[in-house]
Design a protein around this ligand. Structure first.
Ligand SMILES: *[C@@H]1O[C@H](CO)[C@@H](O)[C@H](O)[C@H]1NC(C)=O
Ligand SMILES: CC(=O)N[C@H]1CO[C@H](CO)[C@@H](O)[C@@H]1O
Ligand SMILES: CC(=O)N[C@H]1CO[C@H](CO)[C@@H](O)[C@@H]1O
Length: 285
């Protein structure tokens, strides 16, 4: 059996009981090390699970799926995924390869940012499409998310923005020389995401959002030191959210009374938030 196991959001103890049983019954345990990061060391996972954990980087999952699936028609292999297996990236590729080899696959879910974002007090039913924001470079500033935010905004829906993570990036020089030397990991902050969003709005000028659009910045969701703060996009650009991982929600203009109440509770600055709520948002029952 190939078990694809969601690990939850924060630490080694977020795994479900079912997930832990699968891991303990597996001969080999892989940890997907690229779509996201867990806030704990690999060693703590190994101690808690009582198993060696092999980190599978992007290269490994794509080029060594044979190795990952080796003998899984006879033994159990677990593939651990931070968050939920079907959170941001799906693992369809690995599932298809397993199926081709006649290996049964079982998925064990756990929390991911896609549902944990409900901790902001915004109702999951009122979210539109999720978008990803990547680090802009001098000559690569992809902004296709803009159209999708605009659609959300038209319907008054909230938009979850997943922020870029760069791990195991190689410099051009190291890549050309085929040296396995990697740059330090980078995690996009709420500050940078807000800045890039505002830059795109400045360029497009179609009012999908403005510096006054209300947003909720979150960091380390699911951990003991999580931060959830609401304010305008301009405030998101400056407020300190501390260590990674960060995510951002753009708040749609149709708000339930209770959603507005929790935004106020989490306000960076209550007066300015109230002003914008009153002026730009439709608060209903
Ligand atoms: C695979 O896992 C299942 C359930 O977790 C267990 O019953 C079974 O004995 C395991 N198979 C092997 C070969 O370890
Ligand atoms: C969504 C989900 O299944 N979350 C579970 C993740 O695991 C923890 C602990 O094992 C559970 O408490 C959550 O309910
Ligand atoms: C195009 C559109 O509907 N834009 C709306 C997006 O949401 C803001 C509030 O966040 C509204 O003021 C805009 O009219």
């Amino acid at each position: 059996m190939l078990y694809i196991v969601g690990l939850g959001l924060a630490d080694e103890r977020d795994i479900t009981v079912k997930g832990l049983e699968a891991v303990r019954a597996s001969e080999r345990v892989y940890l997907e090390g690229y779509t996201s990061i867990l806030m704990v060391e690999q060693q703590r996972l190994e101690e808690f699970y009582g198993k060696e954990v092999i980190v599978a980087h992007r290269e490994t999952v794509e080029s060594s799926s044979d190795e990952i699936l080796r003998d899984a028609d006879r033994i159990n292999v677990s593939f651990l995924v931070v968050g939920d297996p079907f959170g941001a990236t799906t693992h369809t590729d690995l599932m298809i390869r397993a199926r081709e080899k006649g290996i049964p696959v079982k998925t064990i879910h756990n929390a991911s940012i896609m549902n944990a974002v409900g901790a902001t007090g915004l109702q999951l039913y009122n979210f539109g499409q999720t978008i990803s924001i990547v680090f802009f470079t001098d000559d690569w500033r992809p902004d296709s998310f803009y159209e999708r935010i605009k659609e959300n905004a038209t319907l008054g829906l909230h938009t979850l923005c997943l922020l870029d993570i760069k791990v195991r990036e190689q410099s051009i020089e190291n890549m050309m020389r085929d040296r396995q030397i990697f740059e330090p990991p980078r995690y996009m902050s709420v500050n940078l995401a807000a800045e890039q969003l505002l830059e795109v709005e400045d360029a497009r000028q179609q009012h999908a959002y403005t510096a006054d659009t209300i947003a909720v910045g979150v960091s380390r969701l699911g951990s003991d030191d999580q931060i959830i703060r609401a304010g305008t996009l301009a405030q998101m650009r400056d407020h300190d959210f501390g260590k990674p991982l960060h995510s951002l929600v753009l708040v749609g203009h149709r708000l339930h009374l209770l959603e507005a109440e929790i935004l106020r509770e989490n306000a960076i600055d209550l007066d300015s938030l109230n002003q914008v709520l009153k002026r730009d948002y439709d608060i209903g029952e």
